[in-house]
Design a protein around this ligand. Structure first.
Ligand code: PGA
Length: 253
């Protein structure tokens, strides 16, 4: 039986002081419930080390927002999966739509990042999502299918074990336009059935699929209650402690 994972993507926000204040509050005030699987937080790279040392509970983890597609070497400005592992961290976002659209990450590059995460024992949160044109042209289901098959479904059964998928329609990210529960549910069911076609029904029943895109305390309960929505990847609303905490507190027992 799947529970709910709530993840916060801080993006390039907060001073170190603000980040520590937020982390302290999360560490002490997250409402643990039987319905909550875990809380993941993705702060900017320079804060990872000090924030990870502030965690005193076993349902809160931090991870990186990105990793390099290469293992090591002359790649100025990049951070490898191995470096994240060496900090004692386990999670990383891969293929966030801002990485894809602003930094030219193709499905091929995302695939190489997934491989780096797996090779280094990290759990990738694989982000996928269609843009507004693709949705309006009715090809959103195919876009997601291609993203999954091009970058993720080459993994074998043991490599795919712990993977988490985040469906984030690009038109909903940071726009205040959330996907309706029906739109999210339809896509999540689609993702689960594609996953089942490759890895089998049993494994697909264990797969966590998070929704992201203007998810906040006024819509999270309804989204998280949907059959195939197993939590959220939260951007803007994860920067406000009370807002983020109330989304977690709203999870059913
Ligand atoms: P948002 O961002 O919640 O601010 O829309 C979500 C994300 O980009 O992960």
């Amino acid at each position: 039986m799947r529970k709910i994972i709530v993840a916060g993507n801080w993006k390039m926000n907060l001073s170190i002081k603000e980040a520590k204040t937020l982390m302290l509050k999360l560490d002490s005030e997250i409402h643990s419930s039987t319905g909550l699987k875990k809380v993941l937080v993705f702060p900017p790279f320079p804060y990872l080390m000090s924030l990870s040392q502030m965690i005193n509970r076993n349902d809160l983890f931090i991870g990186s927002q990105n990793i390099a597609a290469e293992n090591n070497g002359a790649f100025t400005g990049e951070v490898s999966a191995n470096m994240i592992k060496e900090l004692g961290l386990k999670y990383t976002l891969v293929g966030h739509s801002e990485r894809r659209s602003l930094y030219g990450e193709s499905n091929e590059i995302v695939k190489r990042k997934i491989d780096q995460a797996i090779a280094n024992g990290l759990v990738p949160i694989f982000c996928c999502g269609e843009n507004l044109d693709e949705r309006e042209n009715g090809i959103h289901m195919d876009v997601i299918k291609n993203q999954l098959f091009d970058s993720l479904f080459h993994l074998n059964e043991s490599e795919i074990q712990n993977i988490i998928i985040a469906y984030e329609p690009v038109w909903a990210i940071g726009t205040g336009k959330t996907a309706s529960v029906e739109q999210a549910e339809d896509m999540h069911a689609h993702i689960r059935s594609l996953f089942a076609s490759v890895y089998g029904e049993d494994r697909s029943n264990d797969l966590y699929i998070l929704y992201g895109g203007s998810c906040n305390s006024s819509n999270s309960a309804e989204l998280f209650a949907s059959k195939n929505v197993d939590g959220g990847l939260i951007g803007g609303a994860s920067l406000k402690a009370d807002e983020f905490l109330s989304m977690i507190a709203g999870i059913d027992e």
